[in-house]
Design a protein around this ligand. Sequence first.
Ligand code: SAH
Length: 204
Amino acid sequence: MLLESIAEKGITSPAVLFALEIVPRHWFVPISFTLEEAYADYALPIGERQTISQPYTVAYQTELLDVQPEQKILEIGTGSGYQAAVLYQMGVDLYSIEFNKVLYQKTKSLFQELGYPIHLFYGDGSQGLSAYAPFDRILMTAGTVQVPEILLQQLQVGGKLVLPVGKPKMQRMTRITRKKTQVFDTETFDLFSFVPLRGKYGTK
Ligand code: SAH
């Protein structure tokens, strides 16, 4: 049901649909939700005033990211860990950073339990993760008014950054490709509503 609804909304990548099919979303939502709610196509609160993204949104961002196995990827905004698990299932080397300590700790112990070798960090992802740069792909799962320049510099040449850009209520999904060392190409897509990016280059 969930997969059909996502495919109907326009997601076509078999790798993305497969990853969404095999990651059990109910592991990533608070226990108080029913299974039906865990597998419905909408965002849910995960505590700390944050949300687990709608499955369609996860699929949309993942498709735009154009993931290839073995790539080194940075996710900004680990949250529940659901998006991270979807990326991990696609065979990538995943780094994910979360600004909220409670969520970071919760998701870290969940990944330990599941045995997922995802590199999790607690810190300000608006500044990227320079110690581990460059990345083939960077995915931001919080909305930002401006694209943090520092993230562009942490992309490999040929690398892509996918992020929602715009005012707090509504952001335009944006993909920036680092064509050459200092040549960037920007593409824009549909409108979404994400929780705001915090930290040094986010909304204060
Ligand atoms: N990818 C998550 C979506 C979580 S919502 C999931 O699959 O569940 C966005 C997350 O971004 C929130 O957990 C929020 O705390 C986090 N966030 C906001 N600003 C951040 C920053 N500067 N660095 C890292 N994480 C940030």
